[in-house]
Write a protein that binds this ligand. Structure first.
Ligand SMILES: *Cc1c(COP(=O)(O)O)cnc(C)c1O
Length: 366
């Protein structure tokens, strides 16, 4: 029997007719970008959906994060996690800031809040943690530290769309949070992203920063770039948002099947949902530590069967070539190093069938 190739993810798409319907008015208006009707509607829908006071849309999550960092006019050092996608660390460096790497917890892979205070110097201006895999950072402790030392907190919430903590939208914590709406994320606008924040006065700043620094009166006050979300992206978002709960529900079934098959096996560590957290089941990371196969072996066994898993994140970002060249590998982060050598994200998407999950688990369990 010929078996299908299984990818690590598969982008969610609305029914074709629904998208065609959504973009039809654009052929009337010929208004394709620069805060058109779709853009405005998606912004307001997301404010409601994410349960946050302010949302600014972007053409991708990375530029949303870069702009969120620059909006707070930070300087000097920023404490962050090395266990993340390149985007987080690059956004800090591209803002002319020095990333100071704090180790993570082996339990949920988020920044180890007990190690933050020791890294604070007189140059520290912010903490940039990541809700990695949708796992919620210790937002309360991080808030307390930030308050005590007068630091800003900007969350990379790229993985955490629709995640709630204690019945609150995750983006209500910290000074700002960035979401990614990239094709591979739980909710997508093809490419896209957003910054969520509480201070309404920042809206004009973000509008201007993503549009060459233009103010409504035509003045250019800062050297802004171009990071606007266009109407076709926003239209995709409006369609996908209507289906996102169904999508998450299906992901939950995939999650449950994986857990049923893999939980409690010696040497296999799962990323289980936590109390007080409403999960979005964005990823299914598994850690192989003293299992009969190591991570690389499992990766190869799956590959031989046309199943693509992803070594996400490997290496940790403080191992990057440019970080070493610039002598920015400033802290040893042994837990992040260990986890990055042991972690493997298994295929996870709404339409992954139970048969395919079983096939994947059969290979892993050998
Ligand atoms: C996807 C991702 C980003 C960047 O988002 P894009 O929309 O692809 O630019 C940033 N941080 C993390 C952790 C991500 O996974």
């Amino acid at each position: 029997m010929i078996k299908n190739k299984i990818s690590v993810t598969k982008s969610s798409m609305p029914p074709f007719e629904e998208y065609c319907d959504e973009i039809k008015d654009l052929w009337e208006s010929h208004w394709l970008t620069n805060s058109g009707v779709k853009h405005k509607e998606l912004e307001s829908r997301l404010r409601e959906f994410l349960n946050v006071p302010c949302v600014s849309l972007y053409t991708n999550g990375h530029l949303a994060l870069e702009n969120a960092i620059s909006a707070f006019k930070l300087s000097g050092e920023v404490i962050t996690t090395p266990f993340t996608f390149a985007s987080t660390t690059n956004a800090i460096v591209r803002n002319g800031l020095k990333p100071v790497f704090c180790d993570i917890k082996e339990s949920d892979y988020t920044i180890d809040e007990s190690k933050i205070v020791d890294l604070i110097t007189e140059k520290t201006t912010a903490i940039i943690p990541v809700h990695v895999y949708g796992n919620v950072c210790n937002v309360e402790k991080i808030q307390n530290i930030a308050k005590q030392f007068n630091l800003k907190v900007i969350y990379d919430a790229a993985h955490a769309f629709a995640v709630e903590y204690k019945n609150m939208g995750i983006a209500n914590y910290g000074d700002a949070s960035m979401f990614s709406f990239h094709a591979t994320k739980v909710f997508n606008t093809i490419e896209g992203g957003a910054v969520c924040y509480r201070d309404k006065n920042l809206y004009e700043t973000f509008e201007s920063q993503k549009n060459f620094g233009l103010r409504p009166n035509g003045d250019i006050l800062v050297a802004g770039g171009n990071a606007k979300m266009n109407e076709f992206q926003a239209a995709m978002g409006l369609c996908n948002l209507r289906h996102v709960f169904e999508e998450i529900k299906k992901r939950e079934s995939v999650y449950n099947r994986y857990v049923e098959r893999l939980n409690g096996i010696y040497g296999i560590y799962l990323n289980l949902t936590e109390r007080d957290v409403k999960s979005n089941y964005a990823y299914f990371p598994v850690r192989f530590s003293n299992y009969k196969y190591n991570r690389d072996k499992v990766f190869e066994l799956l590959m031989e069967n046309d199943i693509v898993a992803r070594k996400y994140f490997s290496p940790a970002t403080n191992e990057f070539y440019y970080i070493n060249q610039a002598h920015l590998h400033n802290q040893e982060t042994p837990v992040a190093k260990k986890v990055s050598n042991e972690i493997l994200c298994l295929p996870m998407y709404a339409d992954l069938s139970m048969e395919d999950v079983d096939r994947i688990c059969d290979i892993i369990l050998g």
